[in-house]
Design a protein around this ligand. Structure first.
Ligand code: NI
Length: 167
């Protein structure tokens, strides 16, 4: 296993559209293991392949609280087919460390995805899980949650990131 390097906003590579996974092989499963390790090492609840500069439609999540058993899930070629209602939640992102802002999302979604073996799943979910899935799915379309904020806030965050990473 290996830790992967996470891209930081406003890196242009975060704004690429990821391509569908076509082969469910050992290479894919090894990459997922590395994503899992990288997410846990960074104390994140979600990580998209785009964030580690791999342009494939894959993201992983684990929404378990500290004292709960792992709820690790991998979503491959996800498609959100239904969005109902609105919910506001505070979001953060491993690509934008230290920044937490309120974003409006659909409250309830229906999602189709493949697991690492290629099996197709359809789920309906709401609350934190729905928010997290929409946030991660956005990454695969080249979108970061900062993109939903005002221009003023975006500039402020860009300056903050520049200072943090001294680019
Ligand atoms: Ni994110």
């Amino acid at each position: 296993m290996a830790l992967l390097e996470i891209l930081h906003y406003p890196d242009e590579r975060l704004h690429q559209r990821a391509k569908p996974v076509t082969e469910f092989n050992d290479e894919l499963r090894q990459f997922i293991e590395n994503m899992k390790e990288t997410m846990y090492e960074s104390n994140g609840i979600g990580l998209a392949a785009t964030q580690v500069n791999v342009q494939k439609r894959i993201f992983v999540t684990d929404l378990a609280k500290e004292n709960e058993a792992s709820m690790f899930t991998v979503y491959i070629n996800p498609i959100i087919s239904d969005k109902i209602g609105e919910i506001k939640g505070e979001e953060g992102c491993l690509s934008v460390p230290g920044v937490f802002e309120t974003v409006t999302r659909a409250e309830k979604i229906t999602l189709q995805y493949h697991d690492e073996k290629g099996n197709l799943h359809t789920i309906t979910c709401d609350g934190l899980k729905a928010i997290c899935i929409q946030h991660e799915n956005d990454h695969l379309d080249g979108k970061v949650f900062v993109d939903y904020l005002s221009g003023l806030k975006q500039n402020f965050i860009k300056k903050k990131m520049k200072k943090l990473f001294k680019k």
